[in-house]
Structures are given as C-alpha cells and as structure tokens.
Design a binder for this molecule. Sequence first.
Ligand SMILES: Cc1cc2nc3c(=O)[nH]c(=O)nc-3n(C[C@H](O)[C@H](O)[C@H](O)COP(=O)(O)O)c2cc1C
Length: 455
Amino acid sequence: MNPQRPVRSTPRLDRLWRAGQAFLGVDVPIMCGAMTWISEPKLVSLMSELAAFGVLAAGNMPPAQLAAQIDETRRLTDRPFGANIIVIAPNYQAHLDVVCEKRLGHIFFAGSIPRQSEVRRAKESGAKVVCFASTDSIARRMIDYGADALVLEWSEAGGHIGHVSTTVLLQEILFRFDTVPIFIAGGIADGRMIGHLCLMGAAGAQLGTRFVVAEECGAHARFKDAFMKARSREAVSTPQYSSKLPVVAVRALHNRAMEDFGRLQLELLEKIQCGRITRPAAQYEVEHFWVGSLRRAAVDGEIETGSLMAGQSVGLVGRTQPLREILQQLVDEADLAVVAAEQRLQGRRVPNAPARAERLIDGVEILSTYNVGDIAFVRSLLEGSGIPFLFHGENFAVVDPLIQPARLLVPPEYAERARELLRDVDIHFMGINIGDGAPPADEDEDEEKGGGGGA
Ligand SMILES: Cc1cc2nc3c(=O)[nH]c(=O)nc-3n(C[C@H](O)[C@H](O)[C@H](O)COP(=O)(O)O)c2cc1C
C-alpha cells in the first residue's frame, strides 16, 4: 500500500461533489485520465490512495500485461480505480475480456464508439461504464446504450481529441443531459476551473497534462521538462488532409513527430489512391504511428522524434510537484472558486487574482509565514479536527526554499477553535488576525488595475 495521507475535500465541496463522489466511490472526484505508457499501477494506485481516482491505460498492451497491471494496482490500493480500453486498438476485444473477467469497478470506453452489446457486457460484469462524448449526438447515443457516466472531452485536451470547443459542448451536453453524472476533461489545470465547472453541474473533472509533471509520474524526465517549458499555443492539433483517410485529431506539442505525421498521412493517401492499401489498414498504420511515437517520447525521452501529446493546459504547468500537493492545491482552489461564487452572489466584488484570494473568506485570516515542514504539520492537525480551512499561497514564488509565504484561512465561525488548536504549535506566526466578519472594503480603481496583473 502507498503510505500517503488522503487529500481532504471540504464540507462545501462535499455538497457540490456528491454525485461525483458517489459514482466514483472517492472523496475527491478528480480523475487522472488514462494516458498510454504513463498511467501505470504506481500512478493510478497513488491517485486512488490519495482519495482521488486513477485510471489504467490499456493502450494496445498485451492482454496478459493488462491483467497483471490490474492485479498490481489492486496490490497497491484497495480503493476504487478504473481501466480505459481503446475501442480501435487491435487488442480491444481481449482487453474487454480482461476487464470483465477481473470484475473491475469502472470501465472506460475510449477512442471511438463501443457497440451496445459491449457496454451491456461490461455492465453485466458488475462495472460502472463510462463513455467519452465529444459531440451531443455521441452523448445521446452513449446514454441510450446504457453508459452510467460521461466524460465530456473537448478539443483543448491532450492526446486524441474531438473538434468541438468547451463553450459549445457545455451548452450542448452539460446543460441538457441530466440523467448521468458528467465529468469534464481537457484544458483543466487550475482547481478554480474545476470548482466553476462543478457549479455549472459537472460531477467532477479529468486531467491528464497536469498530472504528467507529478514527481511520482513515471514519464521520462525530458518529456516532463518539455511540458514545463511549453506554452499553451504550442500544443497543436493535427489536421486531416482528405476525407479519403479520416484520422482522429491528436493534440501534442509541435515537434518533428508532428511533421512526420503529416508526411505519413500524405504517403498513405497516395497508397489508398493507387489501391496499394485499404482505408482501414491505413487508419491502423496511423494509430500504430501514435502509439509507437508516444512511447519514444514518454518512455525513452526522445522528445524530437517522439510524440509529446499534451493538452493546451500545458501552458499552466510550470513545475514538478508531488502528486499529493497537486491534488491538495486543486481541491483548495476549487473550494476558493465556490467561496468566490458565494461572495459574488452577495453582491461583493471579488478579485480573481490569487494574490488577494485570502480576502474571500469573511474577515478571517490566520496570517503567517511558514516553514515548509510546518505547513504539512499544521495541515495534519487541522485535517483531523473537522475545521474547514484553506492554505493560500503555498505555491507563490519563494525566495528562500525553506520558507513559504502561506496564509491559513478559516471561516469566521471556526476561527476561535482553530486558534485554540494551534495555540501550542511552535511555528513562527507573524500574527493572528481574527476579523469581524465584515465584507472587505472595495478597493479603488487604481489598486484594482494594479493588482489584477497577478492573475
Ligand atoms: C500523453 C497523453 C496520453 C493520453 N492517452 C490516452 C489514452 O490512452 N486513452 C484516453 O482515453 N485518453 C488519453 N489521453 C487523454 C487523457 O486521458 C485526458 O483526458 C486529457 O489529457 C485531458 O486533457 P488535459 O491534458 O488538458 O488535462 C492522453 C493524454 C495525454 C496527455
């Protein structure tokens, strides 16, 4: 088992996350999306041990290897996790056999549209079935086939993608379908986005790119490094040159592999034209190209000739962090988004910039500069106490690596209890400010403009 303390949700998020928590059987309905060559037992089990949700990526691995990975993940965690099988992979039918025989709790059908009989078979094995929806007609069809939940993945995502944008899919699917939980994937790296999506009705979120740079993720260091350096606009999607060779678009960082893919498409088109290859065989070669080139980059670290599949969220990913820290940050930020929404509904002007987010919690702030180790200690004390709290600023730029300017925030009604609990803690409080619950005073325009740059 992984000796990691689970990440804690908050009472506010628990209310918002009820459907996602119940569906996945976890406290934090944030999934690490399956990533071929990357989502292996270690990463998957750690996600689940931390109270979130991991998904194994079957890719096109030999079926016996998938069975072994399921066993290994079960050895590492007794918490829920899922497996993602790719409908267009040559080993797909054998993968379906394995996940059903292993009686996995959650089966994700990806890559294309599964048959209704396959969805039924997965459900009969006892699994909850999750299908991807990149258009409204696919969403409707998957629900008709019996999918228990949908992942709404839009074109910002990394890997194989649909063509429809976030704003449109939200309106076409999330706002119109309410019979199954809907999880959102693609372009998400900040927990505030998760908070806002859940306020719109999402059950939770699935992220890929952000988790690639987790310290515990087994992707090659050069692969991670490329992610940390890249900007959003460098994660581009592949074109389709002709309807004679339909290809699923892939979003990846621009490099030589992307150009090689362009050339491969043209060669295959020419072969189709001359009758030297059938369309399905050409499509198979395309998928074969991606699986091989992703392996070259993610496993072997060949970042020029291999595929650097990444979402546009890559621009929001700047450094490597322990997985627990990433998840805790996502939860804290999601909570912050909900607090901000509550405050806005009360007519308050709430800044978006994280540098002033501490003002979102009514007048109460336990202000300090913490030693890095102290943050973990204070967190462990508060986590068992039932006191809702938020560390804000843990991720600000730090001058001294041992000192982090962090603010501990507690709602007014819990402030006394928090102060009492931390009374004997030998940390360097700069001060404890217990506010009066009054709304923060509006700032003048100049300050507003000046402060907004921190966002
Ligand atoms: C390197 C990489 C490999 C991926 N492999 C798969 C896969 O095998 N199956 C799948 O359904 N999705 C795959 N995805 C998509 C992710 O599961 C997830 O939905 C996506 O990364 C979300 O978008 P984001 O990267 O912007 O967070 C992959 C994504 C990346 C970045």
